[in-house]
Ligand binder design. Structure first.
Ligand code: TRP
Ligand code: CA
Ligand code: ZN
Length: 316
């Protein structure tokens, strides 16, 4: 879904100028590159869903899950890493130990941008052991992956440096993300201008929740949703229950999106968003039915586009 508000007056004027330039008349007007610099791409939800299909296959081939310390986790990481390597990212795997098993974070840097101003977007890649974890958290993992691939397709040259992350062992208590933050020097920590977290963004009976942490990041997501004419609410189901928490504790500005877990959707929320009142946002939360059937495509599409919008807006 493309954001209609991207057609602001200056952008439209610049497009008009660029069109005149094409016909060879105005010297010194905005170039085509200037026009394109501002606009985040529409993330194809079919591509995001194709990643979910692959994560489901990985779970199915590995005992039905992608949990920490199990083969389905490492296979998920290898899948994401191969896509990023082919797209020109500089990837690294960070190892840690939790519950006696090796865990892995995947970090992908997009070459270029100001190394003293880093915008990070991340999601946990592990599932619980009881299921494939397609909404929790294939959804965030696939949306962040497809946004990174869109950065590469656009040959985006942001002012700030972009870094994407896929965390291990979130389900064991934010283990991978905490390990990453704890292993940054205070200088490196201070270079992160923001961390955006995406955990459960395609819930089957979705709500549209925006984290209420850093005001500038929160506003970016709210602006995106205002452009769609979709209401949002502040995320309250699990403050501190995902990978933004270690960043927030370390003083990094954080934000993110969430479509709800085990809480019940109210009648008032159904009036705003549709769906089923008196039922959980995700009735398959942490269970074996968290499969590719457990995704609302509209929520996944809107939130994937919102990931790209925020990454572009906050890095240019
Ligand atoms: N992180 C939790 C999990 O993976 C899910 C969750 C609950 C959540 N509340 C949240 C995620 C609020 C983001 C925001 O089990
Ligand atoms: Ca889209
Ligand atoms: Zn979970």
């Amino acid at each position: 879904m493309k954001l209609p508000v991207s057609w602001s007056v200056p952008a439209a004027a610049a497009v008009a100028a660029a069109m005149l330039l094409t016909s060879g008349s105005i010297a010194g007007a905005a170039t085509k590159a200037d026009v394109e610099a501002a606009a985040a791409p529409d993330i194809p939800v079919a591509n995001v869903k194709a990643h979910l299909t692959q994560l489901q296959s990985i779970a199915t081939a590995n005992g039905g899950n992608r949990a920490h310390g199990r083969p389905g986790y490492k296979a998920s990481l290898d899948y994401v890493k191969a896509k990023l390597d082919a797209a020109g990212f500089t990837t690294s795997i960070q190892q840690f130990t939790s519950s006696g098993r090796t865990g892995y974070n995947l970090i992908a840097d997009w070459p270029g941008g100001d190394a003293n101003q880093i915008v990070m977007a991340g999601s946990h890649l592990d599932s619980v052991s009881s299921g494939a974890g397609i909404n929790d958290n294939g959804s965030g993992s696939a949306a962040v992956l497809e946004t990174a691939l869109a950065v590469s397709r656009a040959a985006y040259k942001p002012t700030k440096h972009l870094r994407f992350a896929w965390w291990g062992a979130e389900e064991l208590g934010l283990v991978g993300s905490r390990y990453y933050v704890n292993n940054l020097s205070s200088t490196d920590r201070s270079k992160i201008s923001g961390y955006l977290n995406f955990d459960m963004i395609g819930s089957p009976n979705p709500g549209y929740f925006v984290y209420d942490d850093d005001p500038a990041i929160e506003k970016t997501f709210k602006d995106y949703y205002a452009g769609l004419g979709v209401a949002t609410e502040i995320e309250t189901e699990g403050d501190g229950r995902s990978d933004h928490a270690p960043f927030k504790s370390a003083g990094v500005p954080v934000g993110g999106l969430f479509t709800g877990a085990s809480r019940t959707k109210t009648a008032a929320q159904v009036t705003k968003w549709g769906g089923t009142a008196g039922q959980s946002f995700d009735r398959c939360y942490h269970s074996s039915c968290d499969t590719t059937s457990n995704i609302n495509d509209t929520a996944l599409d809107r939130n994937s586009d919102a990931v790209a919008y925020a990454v572009w807006e906050l890095s240019e």
